[in-house]
Write a protein that binds this ligand. Structure first.
Ligand code: AMP
Ligand code: MG
Length: 344
């Protein structure tokens, strides 16, 4: 049970208190990060990413990576933020959803530091953090197109919860792109290289366009892409066609969610959101329907700890925290709409 303090904590830690700092830890998959936030201002956002030598992410290896780099990343975050440890009032940690071994490594570290600093823990849902960080660039009540490696969802706050209006029925868009990239000999993460190849395309090749309501699926397109590549089609043309087709599916689903929720703000988040063509397509769609489009600097789009600290600070300000840190556990399969939202 997460404790909710009824008396406003802003009385205890007045808004103008410069020393009110929340530290965030990201650990759900490939990235271990530590961020520091002060009244919504990001003071540090340090990251170290596990990169498999060959193939995709091996969860146990990624967890080992997190343990190896944790202290260094933590120290560096304090150096970047230029603050001292006794200024930290809470530690936010992404305890859900994600790869269990990685979550365990991150939570162990968060607990150790919470004990050392004698501060409470704020457990943060990673997907919701991708949405909340949109507020740092001005978004208020948005639909989030969350396009990352493992996750692809369209999320918005409605009737007291963050709800998933659409999602992938098979793999996340990033994993799909990375899997195709791996098939053609490009190492993880393949997305940036596929984006480069797409720029030199000459021909659009039709690919399976798979969208059902607001849900999408990529496995048919992946099979077709692999076959076309093996049949000698040019990687540049395939990369371009992949982007145009897969991103159009995402933008179509996001547009439906905007229409359905009657919201007029779109936030694009997740690692795949670094893709300039996806950003452009979202921007065009928003312009056409008179909606505001927000995206973030790349270091806040990929998995990062600043967004965990940022969300943790909002939750902490609403009195959500766990002082008995042993009670906090990982929730590898927590869904966005499982989260009880008491901070809005
Ligand atoms: P995340 O899981 O949110 O940290 O994002 C990682 C994913 O983003 C990986 O699947 C990457 O291939 C993908 N990614 C990063 N940059 C780009 C890009 N420019 N275009 C497409 N995908 C990208
Ligand atoms: Mg993510």
């Amino acid at each position: 049970m997460i404790q909710r303090i009824e008396n406003s904590l802003s009385l205890k830690f007045p808004k103008k208190d410069k020393k009110f700092l929340v530290l965030g830890i990201e650990c759900t998959a490939h990235t271990f990060g530590v961020g520091v936030v002060n009244h919504g201002k990001i003071l540090a956002n340090v990251r170290d990413m596990y990169k498999p030598v060959k193939g995709g992410i091996i969860p146990m290896e990624s967890a080992e990576h997190h343990r190896d780099v944790a202290e260094i990343v933590y120290r560096e975050a304090f150096e970047k933020a230029g603050v001292s440890k006794n200024e930290i009032k809470a530690i936010a940690v992404s305890n859900a959803p994600g790869l269990a071994p990685c979550l365990i490594a991150g939570l162990e570290f968060a607990k150790k530091k919470a004990l050392e600093l004698n501060v409470p823990l704020v457990p943060v849902n990673h997907c919701i953090a991708h949405l909340e960080i949109g507020q740092s660039v001005g978004a208020r009540d948005s639909v989030l197109l969350y396009a990352s490696g493992a996750n692809t969802q369209i999320i918005a706050f409605a009737a007291g919860k963050y709800r998933v209006f659409g999602e992938t029925l098979d793999s996340g868009i990033g994993n799909f792109i990375d899997t195709f990239a791996r098939h053609v000999g490009i190492a993880f993460p393949g997305g940036p290289e596929i984006e480069k190849k797409a720029k030199n395309a000459k021909t659009f090749i039709e690919l399976p366009y798979s969208i059902k309501g607001m849900d999408v699926s990529f496995s048919g397109m992946l099979t077709k892409l692999k076959k076309l590549y093996d049949d000698g089609y040019k990687l540049e043309d395939l990369s371009y066609s992949l982007q145009e087709t897969a991103f159009a599916m995402l933008v179509e689903a996001a547009e439906r969610a905007l229409a359905h929720t009657e919201k007029n703000e779109l936030v694009l988040g997740g690692g795949v959101a670094c893709n300039k063509r996806l950003q452009e397509m979202c921007k065009i769609m928003c312009e056409e329907r008179g909606a505001q489009f927000y995206t973030l600097p790349n270091d806040l789009l990929v998995d990062n700890a600043a967004m965990i600290a940022y969300t943790g600070e909002i939750m902490f300000n609403a009195g959500i925290m766990e002082k008995n840190i042993e009670k906090v556990d990982i929730k590898p399969r927590e869904r966005t709409d499982d989260v009880v939202v008491e901070w809005r």
